[in-house]
Design a protein around this ligand. Structure first.
Ligand SMILES: [Zn+2]
Length: 167
């Protein structure tokens, strides 16, 4: 059920052009593990079989394919935020263009207000180490999102539906 909900969310985000082929989304399973699409999965043709279980150290708990290299985004968000049960990392082109220019995010549509004042992680590098993940989680604070410069965005939510809507 939760795996299928995650699959549906990823496929809809891919269809909307936000995932850009290699984004990743997860849902908390328990305190120390989460469901996530594997790094190699084709996002636009995803099925529940492409969802693997990872622990917070990136070890595969269930499934046969590796979690994405940027699993730290998810692990450190879950570690820092007990209230978070879903994490989505996408590559929306407009937020990527915006952060390239150094211009601050400002809501101009009502929907944008839902995200409030989004902090910026001022590095275009992949979040593929624990210290990078911790820095991202620190910037996220208690908010719903953090922008990654010239790269994408990380959105968190209390559940998959809330997280998807915010993403
Ligand atoms: Zn990315």
């Amino acid at each position: 059920m939760i795996k299928q909900q995650l699959v549906d969310a990823i496929r809809m985000l891919e269809k909307a052009g936000y995932i850009d082929h290699n984004g990743h989304c997860s849902a908390r399973r328990d305190e120390n593990t989460f469901y996530i699409n594997s790094g190699a999965a084709v996002r636009g043709a995803l099925t529940a079989d492409d969802i693997v279980t990872s622990d917070l150290a990136g070890n595969l708990v269930e499934g046969s394919a590796r979690p994405p290299l940027e699993f730290h985004i998810h692990a450190e968000a879950y570690r820092a935020r007990p209230d978070v049960n879903a994490v989505m990392h996408t590559h929306p082109q407009w937020s990527t263009f915006l952060t390239m220019t150094g211009t601050k995010y400002q809501p101009v549509y009502a929907q944008g207000v839902l995200l409030g004042d989004i902090p910026l992680m001022d590095s275009p590098l992949s979040i593929n180490t624990k210290p990078m993940g911790e820095k991202m989680a620190q910037l996220l604070g208690n908010g719903p999102a953090v922008l990654l410069k010239a790269h994408g965005v990380v959105v968190v939510g209390a559940d998959i539906i809330e997280c998807f809507a915010l993403a």
